[in-house]
Design a protein around this ligand. Structure first.
Ligand SMILES: Cc1cc2nc3c(=O)[nH]c(=O)nc-3n(C[C@H](O)[C@H](O)[C@H](O)COP(=O)(O)O)c2cc1C
Length: 185
C-alpha cells in the first residue's frame, strides 16, 4: 500500500492505494533496457572515483560516472549508486567522502575500482585528504565533501553531498566515457 493523491476530493488529500507487484522481466523488457543503455551511452561523461572511510580497514572506492554538479551556493554535487551496492550503507548522513576527477593516465585505476572489491586498494597509491578520506594525487581535481541526503529512486540511490573543500591537482587530459569505452579530448 502507498499514499496517493485522492482524485475524488480534488484537494490533494492522500489516500491509501494498493500497488500491483512488479511484473516479471520479459524478453521485451530486456530489449528495452538494452536499447535504453545504448542511448544513455551516447551521453559522454567524465569519470570519477568516489572514496570514503577514514581508516584502512573501512576504505571504499567505486568508479562512478553519474557525478553531476548540483549547486554553487551552498556548494553541492550528486552521484548515484546502484541499490545493490553493498557499500551504499557506508555513505551515512554527514559522513566524509571524496570525489576524484580522473585523468587519462588513470584508466587502469578506473577499471580497478569498478572490479573486484578485494583488489581495489592492493598496490594502489593514495594520500589522505584533510577529511581523513583517501584520494588519488594523480587526479585532475578533488572534492572533499560530506553526505547531506540520500534519495532512493528506481534501482539507484541519489547521494547529495555538501562540498567542504575543493582542490585543482593536475593539468592533464581527462578520462572520458562514451559508448561504453574510454576516450580523451
Ligand atoms: C566508467 C564506469 C562508470 C560507472 N559509474 C557507476 C555509477 O555512476 N554508479 C554505480 O553504481 N556504478 C557505476 N559503475 C559500476 C561500479 O564502478 C562497480 O563496478 C559496480 O557498482 C560494483 O561495485 P561494488 O563492488 O562496489 O558494489 C561504473 C563503472 C564504470 C566502468
Amino acid at each position: 500500500m502507498v499514499d496517493a493523491p485522492d482524485s475524488k476530493s480534488g484537494e490533494g488529500n492522500l489516500v491509501r492505494v494498493r500497488v500491483s507487484p512488479a511484473l516479471p522481466t520479459t524478453n521485451k523488457t530486456m530489449k528495452n533496457i538494452k536499447n535504453l543503455t545504448a542511448v544513455f551511452s551516447l551521453f559522454s561523461t567524465g569519470i570519477t572515483i568516489v572514496t570514503n572511510g577514514t581508516n584502512r580497514k573501512q576504505f571504499f572506492g567505486c568508479t562512478v560516472n553519474s557525478f553531476s554538479s548540483l549547486s554553487l551556493v551552498p556548494p553541492k554535487f550528486l552521484f548515484c549508486l546502484g541499490n545493490e551496492n553493498l557499500n551504499l550503507k557506508s555513505f551515512k548522513l554527514n559522513s566524509p567522502l571524496n570525489v576524484n576527477f580522473l585523468a587519462k593516465s588513470q584508466l587502469n585505476l578506473s577499471n580497478k575500482f569498478a572490479g573486484s572489491l578485494e583488489k581495489r586498494w592492493v598496490n594502489t597509491k593514495y594520500k589522505i585528504a584533510n577529511n581523513k578520506v583517501p584520494f588519488f594525487p594523480e587526479s585532475l581535481g578533488l572534492l572533499e565533501a560530506k553526505v547531506e541526503k540520500k534519495v532512493i529512486s528506481g534501482d539507484h540511490t541519489i547521494i547529495i553531498c555538501l562540498i567542504t573543500n575543493c582542490i585543482k591537482l593536475n593539468t592533464k587530459k581527462p578520462l572520458i566515457y562514451y559508448k561504453s569505452k574510454y576516450h580523451t579530448v
